[in-house]
Design a protein around this ligand. Sequence first.
Ligand SMILES: [Zn+2]
Length: 333
Amino acid sequence: MDLTHRPRRLRRDRIRGLVSETSLEPADLIAPVFVDATTDERVPIESMPGHERVPIAEAVPRVEEVLATGVEAVMLFGIPESKDPEGSRAWAADGVVQEATRRIMGETDAYVITDACLCEYTDHGHCGPLEEELAEAADPGMADSTMTVDNDATLEALQRIAASQARAGADMIAPSGMIDGMVGAIREGLDGAGYPEVPIMSYAAKYESAFYGPFRDAADGAPAFGDRRHYQMDPANAREARREVALDVKQGADVLMVKPALPYLDIVSDLRREFDHPIAAYNVSGEYAMLHAAADRGWLELEAVARESLLSIKRAGADLILTYFAEDVARSL
Ligand SMILES: [Zn+2]
């Protein structure tokens, strides 16, 4: 028996830290914040324990709570006071995200990233205005089977959204709709509006995942019919992620995001090797809710599994993690 090699030598208490390969810092984390123009009080989100939709008047206090934990960045999602087929409140100068951004930028030191998409603003809940699809191309994924998101009309809307968010002071714009050409269009829109210094974090590889369920409670963004598989990626595909991401890189994306995180760590790791850009991973609402549900039953220890989940995402190669655990984990570090 050859026991020259005993890896256990390096697992003792005083040496573990020295040989640790991965660490979590509050500065790696981004906390999602939901601002709701339809309410004047904080509304708890049932499927995401500890999270709330907050009214615009509470946006600053909410972000101050995040900052108090050591987390320095927030991702803002908005629930508008009204919706229409085009999602026009998404680019309104007095829109919910624009107003919240102005207040947060004016009163805190938070780094503010704004979600740029239409699904919370359209009355049908899809990520852009709809168009009739050619009958032969129709597919049962959308209930009426002849409707899909009008890609190129959505690009113009995204340009308006990004410019309005930058005008409100947003530090970074994060388009999440998986619309072909969205990064290039937004880059052009931001540069044209005088914001060449505002970076874009692209949801570059966003999968059509069942793990988004609780978020849809939070953001009131479930599609009224059909699903999003016409634009989000097929969970079966890994090579396609490289292709999607390469297109975003070419169009000027500054940070590349994979969403969800835990079921897609192979994608995070693959993109880490293929690209030099910072990689972000979105530890989504379902990943958060399932740990809470198991912990509620006494089956898992919440703080430990939350931290281990985030560590695994870092280990896979993510530099930034968007997570509903941001505050809890930052507090425990
Ligand atoms: Zn969307």
